[in-house]
Structures are given as structure tokens and as C-alpha cells.
Design a protein around this ligand. Structure first.
Ligand SMILES: NC(=O)c1ccc[n+]([C@@H]2O[C@H](COP(=O)([O-])OP(=O)(O)OC[C@H]3O[C@@H](n4cnc5c(N)ncnc54)[C@H](OP(=O)(O)O)[C@@H]3O)[C@@H](O)[C@H]2O)c1
Length: 295
């Protein structure tokens, strides 16, 4: 191969192409899921988005389908319900020959408790006796943040493998959205959330391992974001389904700001397109973990 021809491989559009790919993004109606959806649709992928709130998904499709070479298609579902996931898989199987990219992004935060205490009684009061600290809260958080990644991935394995079979040089990919909360030692006042995100990271590795061991060619990785504006972190979103958090609130993060849409978009494209990445955690956090410390 002529040297100048080999240079072609290094073009951005060849390295990070998602053109013609079919994707599903859970929780694609806001925050990080919407960033991922835009990144994929703008670059030519057909992106199904799911969530519980139909209006949110419809608004995203209406607003962000303009000026993209791909497409955004809303399909509402509650991913904490196995029958909804099954229905979603059936619907995708009836519409598409394959699925190339699955982003398990839907997630919820958990109630917060004080961890600043000067006696065992005080710490017990905050972490055990406080009404917000209850088993149902742990169940809800784990069910959404961890269990959905397992069931959505396993329900869609045949369609994902077809995505691999459809194109030489492409292996379909699952990207779980975990969090730096599953890596750092601090509880950030929400033990349930942080424990669920650590479980998401471990689940990613187990799924990647078992899928490879079964002879399938589907890559499974996770992205562990630091702080990004979303309904979860800002408490709301505007008429464009976008959220805002002030820069000043995150001065202690080495990057001295929250993450931007582009920071997440480039990470998603990297995780989706890099064919040599499997079973890994990609931390995109402006240095948050560096300053907080890991376990
Ligand atoms: N933003 C951050 O700083 C940050 C940092 C690290 C990790 N993360 C993770 O990133 C992911 C996205 O969160 P986000 O921050 O972007 O918050 P967000 O704006 O609240 O997005 C979460 C999305 O998930 C959907 N969702 C929640 N429960 C669902 C369910 N049972 N079924 C279907 N969809 C459901 C929500 O839509 P409906 O309510 O309409 O269903 C919502 O659109 C989460 O896994 C979160 O833990 C976020």
C-alpha cells in the first residue's frame, strides 16, 4: 500500500465514523443521553431514544432532527420493567435489521444524607434513622442504574450481533454510562447512587467477558462521567431539553468547570468507533477523580 494511501485511514471521518449505524440511547431525552444522541445523529446514525416521558422524547426529535444526516426516533419505555425492555427489543427487531450501538444511559440519583458527624450516634441518625435512608430508595436506584444495563443488553444481543455481522471491520458496541461516583472513595452524600455506579462498572466487565467467552463479537465498555449539566445535576431542563449548572460551583474540579456537550460527544464517538476497546472504563471528568482520590 502506498504511504500516501495509508494516510487516508487517519482522517477523522474514517476514524470516528458512525454513518449508517443504528443506535439506541436509553434516557436520550435530556442531559448526557441527549448529548450522545446528538453526537450520533449529527454524524449520520439513526438513533432511537427511549425514556418514560413521551413529550420529552418528542420534543428532542422535533428540535434535534433538523440539520442532521442521521435521524432521531422516539420510542417510550420504562427500562425498570422487563416487559417494557422486551417490547422495545421486539419493536426494534421489527423495524431494523441490526443494532450497531446501545447506550445504557438512563439513570436516577438517590436521596442524600449527611456524612459529617462527630459521634456514632450522630452518624447513625443521619445514615440509618433518617427517613430518606430506606431500602426502597436503594432498590429503586439499583434497579434503574444497574439492572437496566443487564436486561437491555441481554435482550438486544441478537440484534447487536447482527450489527457486527452486517459490516466487515465493525463490532457492535454497548456503552454503559456509569459515573466517577462509582470510582471515588467519597460517598458524595449518596451511598446508594455511588454503590450502584460501582456495580455498573463491574457489570460492564462481566458482560464484556461473558459475551466474548460466548464467541460473540460485541464490545462492552462504560463511560464514567464527572459533572455534566442535566436534569439530574441541575434539577431541570429548558425548552430545548438542555440544562445549566454554574461554572463557579465546580471550581475545585481541576478543569474548573462542568463538562460540556462536546466533551461527552467526543467520548461517545471514541467509545463507539474504536474497534480495539473492550471491557474498559473511560473516565471523562475534567480531573475530578485526580483531585478526589480513588478507593
Ligand atoms: N450529569 C452528570 O453529572 C452525571 C455524572 C455521572 C454519571 N451520570 C449518569 O448519566 C446518566 C444520565 O443522567 P443525566 O445526568 O443526563 O440525567 P437526566 O437528565 O436526568 O437524564 C436521565 C434520563 O434517564 C431517563 N430515565 C430515568 N429513569 C428511567 C426509566 N426508568 N426508564 C427510562 N428512562 C428513564 C430520564 O427520562 P424520564 O424521566 O422521562 O424517564 C432522563 O431523560 C445517568 O446514568 C447518570 O447516573 C450523570
Amino acid at each position: 500500500m502506498a504511504a500516501e494511501h495509508s494516510n487516508e485511514h487517519f482522517k477523522l471521518e474514517n476514524l470516528f465514523s458512525v454513518k449508517g449505524k443504528v443506535a439506541l440511547v436509553t434516557g436520550g431525552g435530556s442531559g448526557i443521553g441527549l448529548m450522545a444522541t446528538q453526537a450520533l445523529a449529527k454524524n449520520g446514525a439513526k438513533v432511537y431514544i427511549t425514556g418514560r416521558t413521551e413529550e420529552k422524547l418528542d420534543r428532542v426529535a422535533e428540535l434535534y432532527n433538523k440539520n442532521v444526516t442521521g435521524e432521531i426516533i422516539p420510542l417510550s419505555a420504562d427500562i425498570t420493567k422487563k416487559e417494557h425492555i422486551q417490547q422495545l427489543a421486539k419493536e426494534l427487531e421489527s423495524r431494523e435489521k441490526y443494532l450497531s450501538i446501545l447506550i445504557n444511559n438512563a439513570g436516577v440519583s438517590s436521596a442524600t444524607q449527611n456524612t459529617e458527624a462527630e459521634s456514632p450516634e450522630e452518624l447513625r441518625k443521619a445514615l440509618f434513622e433518617d427517613p430518606s435512608s430506606n431500602m426502597e430508595e436503594w432498590d429503586k436506584t439499583y434497579r434503574t442504574n444497574v439492572v437496566q444495563c443487564f436486561f437491555t443488553t441481554t435482550a438486544l444481543l441478537p440484534l447487536l450481533q447482527k450489527g457486527t455481522d452486517a459490516e466487515k471491520g465493525w463490532s457492535s458496541t454497548v456503552i454503559n454510562i456509569s459515573s466517577i461516583s462509582g470510582i471515588i472513595k467519597a460517598s458524595q452524600h449518596h451511598f446508594a447512587y455511588n454503590a450502584s455506579k460501582a456495580a455498573t462498572i463491574h457489570l460492564t466487565k462481566m458482560l464484556a467477558h461473558e459475551i466474548v467467552s460466548s464467541g460473540l463479537r460485541i464490545r462492552v465498555n462504560n463511560i464514567a462521567p464527572g459533572v455534566f449539566p442535566s436534569e439530574m445535576t441541575a434539577g431541570e431542563s429548558d425548552e430545548k431539553q438542555k440544562s445549566f449548572i454554574p461554572k463557579e460551583k465546580y471550581e475545585k474540579v481541576p478543569a474548573r468547570r462542568p463538562g460540556k456537550d462536546e466533551d461527552m460527544a467526543s467520548t461517545v464517538l471514541f467509545a463507539a468507533a474504536n474497534q480495539y476497546l473492550n471491557g474498559q472504563t473511560i473516565v471523562v471528568d475534567g480531573g475530578y477523580v485526580l483531585s478526589t482520590g480513588t478507593i
